[in-house]
Design a protein around this ligand. Structure first.
Ligand code: N5F
Length: 395
């Protein structure tokens, strides 16, 4: 007897990030690979107190099954946190925003449906969408935003796209942020071509100098699904995220959620609701911003110092967790990776983040997980690996 895989299973691929995370567990490796928040930012004491209070005041309910929509108090808190008027009835608590991506895929994608994505984009979203067998159309962009003529051309290519997936703030993997004028122009174009948007915003609160422009969803709630997460501002281990969907879509997303896991853990939802209750995030998030800003600066300084004489380019993200770099001509980040790991440093090659044309010279560096000392050492190791592998002319 043998098993026959479903068609969709052939479209499933291992996450390059998760595979590299295994390597980084080896002792001595400095990792710029995973988007793992700095453990220094985890509010262990606040959770210890919240945990005691939840068990004391609400223990049996916290240990019981709960509603698929999520805990009413947490849905109200999420709605109140968002910068536009949101009815808590439109908030669905998800098991990480990764689950939000999976639910969106199940509800909106048929085999062969066209789905527009930025090129590059978050590879975990590609991984969530791919099993539903969409046809991806990757739309080029630059530091400012999506290339609108490329978007119009993509829209004109075939049947209407089911949606475009967008990361306007401190994008994963490039760290880029869409400007205000680019948001306005993008929404005008999306309206003109009848394109719904799925906006993923796990990094929006992690700005360094000034808050990013308002979310796309705040301006067109009826044609946007908004995904958010507590992973980067509280703890990824709790697996708590949320989505905001227009009334016409919400029931189907809820049914997909019921089938996926009945509900997000009651205990975790109550813990977070308890932590949020007295405005904790308003005190906590500024400390994360300050830490990550200092770490970004440390990485920029280290790159300037260590990459001297090498034709490596990088950007200066205004927030979030990632910096995007490009190796000298003739190099390939995937080929460089084992040499870097040999020297004790890891990163994620850029190619898997591309659904369309991939630039093999690109790579993603997270500046938040490593300490400043590790950043200095890790970038020195990376530069040594680049020097060893660079074609002669560039070295
Ligand atoms: O809310 P959660 O924790 O499920 O986050 C998923 C997620 C959704 N959308 C974007 C744009 C994201 O960047 C993420 C999380 N990304 C991390 C990364 O490194 O790209 C996940 C790394 C952790 C892992 O795969 O183990």
């Amino acid at each position: 007897m043998s098993w026959t895989l479903a068609q969709r299973a052939h479209s499933m691929n291992p996450s390059v990030i998760r595979e590299i995370l295994k390597i980084t567990e080896r002792p001595g490796i400095i990792s710029f690979a995973g988007g793992l928040p700095s453990p220094q930012t985890f509010p262990v004491d606040a959770f210890a107190q919240a945990c005691a209070r939840v068990l004391r005041d609400d223990g049996p309910a916290a240990l019981q099954y709960g509603a698929s929509e999520g805990l009413a108090l947490l849905r109200e808190q999420v709605a109140a946190m968002l910068p536009w008027p949101v009815d808590p009835a439109q908030v669905l608590i998800t098991t990480g925003s990764q689950q939000g991506l999976d639910l969106v895929a199940k509800v909106l994608i048929d085999p062969g449906s066209r789905v527009l994505v930025e090129n590059p984009t978050y590879l975990g979203a590609l991984q969530a969408f791919a099993p539903m067998q969409p046809h991806f159309d990757a739309v080029a962009g630059d530091d400012d935003g999506v290339d609108l003529s490329a978007l119009r051309a993509a829209a004109a290519r075939g049947e209407p796209a089911r949606f475009m997936y967008l990361l306007p703030n401190f994008q994963n993997p490039t760290g880029r942020t869409m400007s205000e004028s680019a948001r306005v122009a993008l929404l005008d174009t999306a309206d003109a071509i009848g394109l719904p948007l799925v906006e993923d915003n796990p990094y929006g609160e992690l700005w360094f100098d000034a808050p990013p422009p308002a979310p796309l969803s705040s301006r067109r709630p009826a044609s946007c699904i908004y995904l958010g997460s507590f992973s980067k501002v509280l703890s990824p281990g709790l697996r708590l995220g949320f989505l905001v969907a227009p009334p016409e879509l919400y029931p189907k997303l809820l049914q997909a959620k019921q089938a996926a896991d009945l509900h997000t853990p009651s205990f975790n939802q109550r813990m977070v609701a308890e932590v949020l209750r007295d405005g904790f995030l308003e005190r906590h998030v500024p400390t994360i911003r300050a830490l990550y800003r200092a770490q970004r600066d440390a990485m920029l300084d280290a790159l300037t110092r260590e990459m001297r004489g090498l034709d490596v380019q990088w950007n200066r993200p205004a927030g979030g967790m990632f910096l995007w770099a490009r190796l000298p001509a003739g190099m390939d980040a995937a080929t460089l990776l084992p040499h870097a790991v040999e020297r004790g440093v890891a990163f994620v090659p850029g190619a898997p983040f591309h659904a369309g044309h991939a630039d093999p010279r690109t790579l993603r560096l997270s500046f938040v997980t490593a300490t400043r000392e590790q950043i200095d050492q890790g970038i020195a190791r990376l530069a040594a690996a680049v020097r060893a592998c660079a074609p002669r002319a560039a070295a």
